[in-house]
Design a protein around this ligand. Structure first.
Ligand code: F6R
Ligand code: MG
Ligand code: MG
Length: 371
């Protein structure tokens, strides 16, 4: 049975500030998706949340980039925006960049990850949702899951994974995509994806049969809007088990917290903290960045779940380590590498300061002339 999983996310109003989502916004989205389910447009749905982002997880049979599904998501976010406006929540409608919806939410603000699959006899999937970070946050974990045998023993042990995986990498500045097969292309892959402000892994395929294994959102809101409109908090779908990494291999990279771009004002570096959905509200310096992992079993497109996979005492220690890294980074304050380098800042204050200072210099010269 061919099934499409569509995860479409947006921040349409924060509660309080950018720290969390109001339950009434979730309800507004649920109502919209329930009526689409009743009409048979979608098979099933779950409305997830992380920090100030709402994540619509939908299953259907219409394929990826379907205008009906995208407009359903758009309408759900518009309903939620109306509620956010009523409650005067913060930044109501901030990720809906245009009033004129044209059938596809890509480039309009929301983040999208979609895959069409032939549902296997048993199909475990994991939907990752992150807040206060950017799409390149998935670079390290996707490399670990699909190309690092020290993380994923299955690459060595499981014959159906032994041929390796192929990565699709997007250059977000030039818009080019590259296909890199591993293990032989591993160093090429790392050469690109180590540059987190520019290269983003968008898809992963199993080489043996070209089956899609993972898909990530790659929207760069800052590039779409040409100005700062909020951080492009990413989502990703990963298939698990039977020739794909096991659930535990997929979660394992997050047990060794790593540092990502984002956090306060989208302009800092901070640890990605793996949390349960109820722990995803961000209060410490608007962070630190969070990731939630929701596991589902698909059953003819029905979403059996979610299991909130980081809701496990085994992730208490990674959370503590992430917090320790957060403290170290905070000690660095406004100085790099805590603050992002100038061309990665989400605000354009620095050039203004430079021209102001240059202005002063010119003035000084004029003054001395008069003297
Ligand atoms: C980062 C984020 C927040 C805001 C910060 C300032 O992705 O959402 O850290 O950048 O709270 O927000 P404004 O400029 O809206 O006051
Ligand atoms: Mg926000
Ligand atoms: Mg957010």
């Amino acid at each position: 049975m061919k099934i499409t999983i569509s995860v479409i996310k947006a921040d349409v109003g924060g509660y309080v500030g950018h720290s969390s989502t109001h339950p009434k916004l979730i309800e507004a989205c649920e109502e919209k998706l329930q009526s689409a389910k009743d009409k048979g447009l979608i098979i099933d749905y779950f409305v997830g949340r992380v920090g100030d982002d709402i994540n619509l997880i939908m299953t259907h049979q219409l394929g990826v980039d379907n205008p009906q599904i995208h407009s359903l998501a758009w309408e759900a976010f518009k309903e939620a925006t109306n509620v956010a406006k009523e409650l005067k929540l913060y930044g109501a409608g901030q990720d809906l960049l245009s009033d004129a919806f044209s059938g596809n939410v890509k480039g309009m603000g929301p983040g999208v990850a979609e895959m069409e699959i032939n549902e296997r006899p048993s199909e475990p999937i994991i939907v990752f949702m992150a807040d206060k970070t950017s799409p390149s946050a998935w670079n390290i974990p996707l490399y670990e899951m699909f190309a690092n045998p020290m993380n994923t023993s299955g690459l060595v042990i499981d014959p159906s994974m032994h041929e390796g995986f192929e990565f699709e990498v997007l250059d977000v500045k030039e818009g080019e995509t590259y296909r890199i097969p591993t293990p032989e292309g591993l160093y090429d892959l790392l050469a690109l994806i180590g540059s987190i402000s520019r290269y983003v892994i968008t898809k992963v395929f199993r080489r043996k049969d070209k089956e899609i294994a993972a898909v990530a959102s790659s929207q760069k809101l800052s590039l779409i809007a040409g100005k700062y409109v909020g951080k492009d908090d990413p989502v990703m779908i990963v298939r698990a088990q039977s020739g794909f990494p096991a659930v535990g291999e997929i979660l394992e990279p997050f047990a060794r917290p790593f540092i990502v771009e984002g956090w306060m004002r989208g302009s800092h570096m901070g640890p990605l903290m793996p949390v349960a959905m109820h722990q995803s509200n961000v209060s410490r310096f608007d962070g630190p960045p969070r990731v939630v992992a929701l596991g589902f079993q698909l059953s003819n497109g029905k979403l059996i779940g979610p299991r909130d996979l980081f809701d496990d005492p085994a992730f208490d220690e990674p959370r503590r380590i992430a917090y320790e890294i957060a403290n170290i980074m905070r000690r660095q304050g406004i100085f790099e590498p805590s603050r992002l380098p100038e061309d990665e800042l989400e605000y354009t204050t620095l050039p203004m300061i430079i021209s102001k200072l240059k202005g002063k210099e010119v003035k000084k010269v004029e003054h001395s002339d008069v003297d």
